[in-house]
Ligand binder design. Structure first.
Ligand code: Y39
Ligand code: FE
Ligand code: FE
Ligand code: FE
Length: 230
């Protein structure tokens, strides 16, 4: 068992901390920016939910501004190039799905996978964050549950006709999340966040969402195993 980095051991002014923060902070800013655009795109695909989706997209834009302030507060310049590359695979898959009008795949990528990733990251970050960032992140994570819920409700209401596409999209995109978690492991650890805790929290949110949508425990086990042994 590895020992958790205690908050008291973290020095937010340490160059090692700031270096790791320049990438994690950029990932979060880029993620919020892409989420903002993804909800605008989904509003076009789901005109009957346009108002709600535009409301969610505006929340993402506020999140982005909040996390930009967190970087500024620590005098860290986010490495946005790194963050764009970090998201490029998921981003590409979302763009492809959007171009093909595949709303189910778009919802799986943004409202289930990315939101569950955000919820895991923010929950694990809050206890080890600097006081300024902690306050911001506590406000943001509440919104992310609302975003996950939007995807859950829509997909639950359209479960039978979405099931096959959801399984296919899960298979294509869950392995990318494991790669992203592996890539971020070292920097997350410098910030006091353990990969094991991130994986656990992600799987709880994602698995609960699949269950609420209508998948059986057996389906969820099978879908969760995709990409795990990469
Ligand atoms: O819906 C949202 O607001 C999601 C865009 C934000 C994604 C944040 C991704 C966080 C991953 C950070 C990994 C740090 C360990
Ligand atoms: Fe957000
Ligand atoms: Fe969100
Ligand atoms: Fe509907």
């Amino acid at each position: 068992m590895q020992e958790l980095v205690q908050r008291s051991e973290l020095d937010f002014t340490n160059p090692t901390y700031k270096d790791a923060y320049s990438r994690i902070n950029a990932i979060v800013i880029e993620g919020e920016q892409e989420a903002h655009q993804n909800y605008i795109d989904m509003a076009q695909l789901l005109p009957e939910h346009q108002e709600e989706l535009i409301r969610l997209s505006k929340m993402e834009n506020r999140h982005k501004k909040g996390f930009e302030a967190c970087g500024n507060n620590l005098s860290v310049t986010p490495d946005m190039q790194y963050a764009q590359e970090f998201f490029s695979s998921l981003h590409g898959n979302f763009q492809k799905a959007k171009a093909e009008g595949k709303i189910v795949t778009c919802l799986l990528i943004q409202s289930l996978i990315i939101e569950a990733f955000a919820i895991a990251a923010y929950n694990i970050y809050i206890p080890v964050a600097d006081p300024f960032a902690r306050k911001i992140t506590e406000g943001v994570v509440k919104d992310e549950y609302t975003h996950l819920n939007f995807g859950e409700v829509w997909l639950q209401e359209h479960f039978e006709e979405s099931k096959a596409e959801l399984e296919e999209a899960n298979k294509a995109n869950l392995p990318i999340v494991w790669e992203m978690l592996n890539q971020v492991e070292g920097d997350a650890k410098v910030l006091g966040m353990e990969k094991e805790a991130l994986v656990e929290d992600f799987m709880i949110s994602y698995g609960e969402a699949l269950s609420n949508i209508g998948f059986s425990t057996r389906d969820i086990m099978r879908m969760s195993s995709h990409g795990l042994v990469a």
